[in-house]
Design a protein around this ligand. Sequence first.
Ligand SMILES: [Zn+2]
Ligand SMILES: [Zn+2]
Length: 281
Amino acid sequence: MAEANPVMTPKKDELMADDIHEVYAIRYGHHSRRSPANFIDGDPHDILQPLDFFVWAIVGPSGVIVVDTGFDEAMGKKRQREMIKPVRDGLAALGIVADSIKAVIISHMHYDHCGNYDLFPEARYHLQDREMAYATGRCMCHQALRAPFEVEDVVVMVRKVFSGRASFHDGSGEITPGVTVHHIGGHSKGLQCVQVKTRRGYVVLAADATHLYAHIDGGRVFPITYNVEEVVEGYETLKRLATSPRHVVPGHDPLVLRRYPAAKPGLEGWVARLDAEPNYN
Ligand SMILES: [Zn+2]
Ligand SMILES: [Zn+2]
């Protein structure tokens, strides 16, 4: 993979470490909306504050791990979300063949994080006990709680359990040395984040544990929330797991693609390299 930021010189021991990973954010979708839609209690500024939709790829000595699988064109239409580039194309832009992926981490089972069922026929899916219990239990009797879920997504995940392709985690768990998952909850009962050891320290893929930088920075809460206490406590967990606040990567913030360099020339606005130093200016 091309060096995206030559200024970042890894220390010698890091170069030899076999648990250092590259991390990429791959944008696949977009939703234009105004800021009051992004916060409990709304937003007095009422500015344009769109969401981007991402999947993430972690590349290391044991292969490629994909974090979340996004939605496909049909689901984008159904949910009135704009599909920018299919997830398969984003992975291909990094030279990653979806068919060969062995491990997928599912942050949570909302429609924008666990679709594209057929893309990863070889993969084992890693999720939290609590997310599957939540998505198949009594809470789904209530429209207010099931709204961000799609029954087919849930059924397909149940089928993966029965075909021996699911691995469950309860709290924290290791996927491979240098890559761990951590239960957050809050936004969805079994939401988990991913901590990745990289050349610039521990990067944390927050997924929907913070949709935007504005949520974690301001202690504000996205309207889709199972438990507000877990959301705000989750911000502290993200900061604890990350080397610095600048190592926390929000799940839906268009700023990610402005703050991090493109993975390689030609991928600007599409694929960013998260183990490179961000630019917050
Ligand atoms: Zn979500
Ligand atoms: Zn989401």
